[in-house]
Design a protein around this ligand. Structure first.
Ligand code: NAD
Length: 267
């Protein structure tokens, strides 16, 4: 096992078989944590955990569809049985639908997105709460999105679920702070990985989307991972109920800017 910031910690990362979640799981393990890797399919989670153990880090793969309360209970029970505690929960698992106008969104699709992005995160929070309370504290990080801060036409269910996840973050931070449990969120903008992988093939689209970002590029996956680790760490011990926006400045300004519209200058 590695020595590091999270040497004595047990960390559960939902949806960590690929994308940002996998990178978060690996980063925690590299910094000494025992990591519970989760995926809908147990085999996939076990394969990732095995690969991590192969690199000298500590991990256990657990299968659970986080929208299924029984499966979530079983996953947390198994994690507690093996490692005895869960110090950090990262609610990373998330899904979206192909872009479509709001009036065309079917109830089934809407509910599916809410079931994973919101209800799933809530169920995981409830499942880890008793053990965190018993041990006198913990840290929960919800992976929201800049789409939860603003409306994005075509992505209504995703935006609504990610906005509600921010409210969940604030409600739980308030209610569970007496038990030493901090609850925070990260809100990434465009990330060059994970569910955006298919988009990266389309250079023109990436360039148009990047033009909406003051830093003129997508985030590297590591730039999101770092913020999650920071929020889980002692360095963030007084940060609670907060949302850290990791979007290169995108939510802070409008494009095209007044300067661009009036002078044609490129800022
Ligand atoms: P991804 O699709 O690569 O990974 C999502 C992970 O969640 C996968 O491992 C998937 O198997 C898992 N998952 C989905 N439904 C699940 C369920 N019911 N139970 C258990 N696991 C489930 O996506 P990603 O880009 O890595 O996204 C990770 C998180 O970051 C998501 O919450 C996403 O909304 C958020 N996010 C991503 C971006 C981006 O640009 N990629 C931007 C902002 C926020």
């Amino acid at each position: 096992m590695r020595e590091g910031r999270f040497s004595d910690k047990v960390v559960l990362v939902t949806g960590s078989t690929r994308g940002i979640g996998r990178a978060i799981a690996v980063a925690f393990a590299e910094e000494g944590a025992k990591v519970l890797v989760n995926g809908r399919q147990k085999e996939a989670a076990q394969a990732v955990a095995e690969e991590m153990r192969g690199r000298g880090t500590e991990a256990l793969g657990l299968g659970a569809d986080i929208s299924d309360p029984e499966a979530v209970r079983g996953m947390v029970e198994e994690g507690l049985k093996v490692y005895g505690k869960i110090d950090v929960l990262v609610n990373n698992a998330g899904i979206s639908l192909p872009p479509q106008p709001a009036e065309g969104v079917q109830r089934e699709g809407f509910e599916k997105v809410m079931a994973v992005n919101l209800t799933g995160a809530f169920l995981c929070c409830q499942a880890v709460f008793p053990s965190m309370r018993e041990r006198g504290g913990g840290s929960i990080i919800n992976v929201s999105s800049q789409a939860g801060l603003f409306g994005e036409p075509g992505l209504l269910p995703y935006c609504v679920s990610k906005a509600a996840l921010l409210s969940l973050t604030r409600c739980l931070a308030y209610e569970w702070s007496p038990y030493g449990i901090r609850v925070n969120a990260v809100a990434p903008g465009f990330v060059a990985g994970g569910m955006n992988e298919p988009v990266l093939k389309y250079e023109a689209l990436v360039s148009t989307l990047s033009s909406r970002v003051p830093l003129k590029r997508f985030a590297k996956v590591e730039e999101v991972v770092e913020v999650v680790l920071f929020l889980a760490s002692e360095a963030a011990s007084y940060i609670n109920g907060e949302v850290l926006v990791v979007d290169g400045g995108m939510t802070g300004y409008r494009t095209p800017s007044i300067l661009q519209l009036t002078s044609g200058r490129g800022r």
